[in-house]
Design a protein around this ligand. Structure first.
Ligand SMILES: [Zn+2]
Length: 218
């Protein structure tokens, strides 16, 4: 657990990896994708972001990293509709499943065969605990949404696939499957301006050192 203030802490439940990481010299798919899953504890409210691991592994990792059981999770937030960010969702049946309203609409248009699953989601706008807000970070998908939690000590941004890894952040570059690479770059710059700590979509968290961030060529 990493404490940011008395009322906010976070734990990386699962460190994701990319199926193919060009910064590791990979030019083809090398492994199944796994996204980073984060627990936010906000005044005792437990928000699980991107429940990526499959159910059995997620249940084990949740307990191993936080000591929490499934019924201790209050809310589940998903940054965008890609399946690798929600393989373990079914563990939390009966809890609110949240996504930005725009993200739900984007999913509806992209995956007509998943309507019943999509209908189980609620717009996150009314459900997030005080101190946690959404940050529109388009580019990876058009309605990709990160979470931001700020205290006097700084802001944690759980970026999802707006920031794939620290290398993609430093290069201000979206993943090759981004729907809009220019918007993806702009979202990285936006995150660089507001974040103290960044949880990327497919790697461990890191301290924002945006002086190292590549500026777009002009
Ligand atoms: Zn994605």
């Amino acid at each position: 657990m990493s404490e940011i203030s008395e009322r906010l802490s976070f734990t990386i439940v699962n460190i994701g990896t990319l199926s193919m990481n060009k910064y590791w010299g990979e030019t083809e798919r090398k492994r199944a994708p796994s996204a980073t899953c984060t627990l936010l504890d906000v005044d005792g409210i437990h928000v699980l972001v991107d429940p990526s691991p499959y159910p059995e592994q997620l249940q084990q990792r949740l307990f191993a990293t936080t000591g929490l059981r499934l019924n201790n999770i209050d809310l589940v937030f998903v940054t965008h509709y890609h399946a690798d960010h929600r393989f373990g969702l079914e563990l939390f049946a009966g809890k609110p499943w949240l996504m930005s309203a725009a993200g739900i609409e984007e999913w509806r248009a992209a995956a007509p065969h998943e309507q019943s699953l999509i209908n189980a989601f609620s717009p996150a706008e009314k459900h997030l605990p005080a101190g946690v807000s959404m940050l529109a970070t388009p580019g990876h998908t058009r309605a990709h949404t990160s979470l931001q939690a700020c205290t006097r000590e700084g802001c944690l941004v759980v970026a999802g696939d707006a920031v794939m890894t620290r290398d993609f952040f430093a290069a201000a570059e979206g993943f090759h499957n981004s729907v809009d690479l220019v918007a993806a770059r702009d979202s990285i710059h936006h995150i660089a301006q507001v974040a103290t700590l960044i949880v990327p979509g497919h790697a461990n968290y890191f301290v924002n050192n945006s002086s190292a961030l590549s500026r777009p060529a002009s």
